[in-house]
Design a protein around this ligand. Sequence first.
Ligand SMILES: NC(=O)c1ccc[n+]([C@@H]2O[C@H](COP(=O)([O-])OP(=O)(O)OC[C@H]3O[C@@H](n4cnc5c(N)ncnc54)[C@H](OP(=O)(O)O)[C@@H]3O)[C@@H](O)[C@H]2O)c1
Length: 346
Amino acid sequence: MIQVGINGYGTIGKRVADAVAKQPDMEVLGVAKTRPNFEASGAIEKGFDLYAAIEERKPRFEEAGIDIAGDVEELVEASDIIVDACPSGIGADNAEMYQEYETPALLQGGEDADVVDSSFNARANYDTVEGDDLVRVVSCNTTGLSRLIAPLREEYGVEKVRATLVRRGGDPAQTDRGPINDILPNPVTLPSHHGPDVNTIFPDLAIDTLGLKVPATLMHMHSINVTLESEADAEEVRDLLDQQDRTFVIPEWLGLDGAGAIKELAQDAGRPRADIWENCIWGESITVEDNDLYLFQAIHQESDVVPENIDAIRAVLGTESQEASIETTNEAMGLDGSLAPTRQAE
Ligand SMILES: NC(=O)c1ccc[n+]([C@@H]2O[C@H](COP(=O)([O-])OP(=O)(O)OC[C@H]3O[C@@H](n4cnc5c(N)ncnc54)[C@H](OP(=O)(O)O)[C@@H]3O)[C@@H](O)[C@H]2O)c1
């Protein structure tokens, strides 16, 4: 069993921990936090050993009656691999500690690409990261774009991608984020950082991205235009995207008119935390005019990177092929097409 340590147990870290615990070939050795709170007690209830990320703050855990298994350095030393899901920038600070203990580590999309050896997306570049010490699982938006672009490049070739990203202001629990009542070009300059970030996965891709922020917490929404290198038909593109492992092409009859309805479906389907690990692409939006493909997709920022972290663990350690890893991850997590129920026979 691969022993996985998780440093940073917040939005992404706790989801990755749950996903690791479900895999047949890995287990959670422990999780590290800086303070006792509901997530610390939740980790203990799930049976995860809790490590102190900051030594001086250990007494706070004792005062709260929460048992600590040790310091984060002990977790790093004992782990086969660390998933660092600390807030942006802290992962880069932690890199030295991972190197000191010679433990490979996955950082998250909030870290700069130049901090790591490589950037990762399971569909696009699984085979390129084996043996690397520091690998960055790209951000939620870059993951969503990479999953879409990879099959289009393989099938048709891509001349240029133009993507407008309407981004949620913050996650549901981020009370300090905004805007509350506004629509912000963000960043106001072009291109937004997302295009160059996609280039860490596809270095030679021509891509321009524009970003906005809106008062929403549920999901991001992408408005996409891809100029293809060869002729395509909308129905064929729809079938191609439907066949991918982590894309959900929304059929019209489901009546999902926005992110709220998709989240409701995820809750009805019994998804943990109403997570949506797949890109949600509106089937009706898939349109081809000459060689230009257009579509809308929604991305659940809190969870689409979770299966990617699981695959990155196997890719870095070289324990499974791309196909086998994606299949194992999906099966263990229940990423099995359950959001796309079949229409009842009339
Ligand atoms: N949320 C998203 O939408 C999203 C999507 C994709 C990628 N990402 C990326 O994933 C990373 C984590 O984001 P997140 O949204 O999960 O952040 P988050 O919800 O703030 O969770 C990070 C957790 O790390 C803990 N922490 C803070 N300092 C630490 C330290 N020095 N050592 C160990 N733990 C520490 C904090 O908990 P305590 O202080 O309570 O321990 C915090 O809850 C970032 O790089 C982010 O850009 C986020």
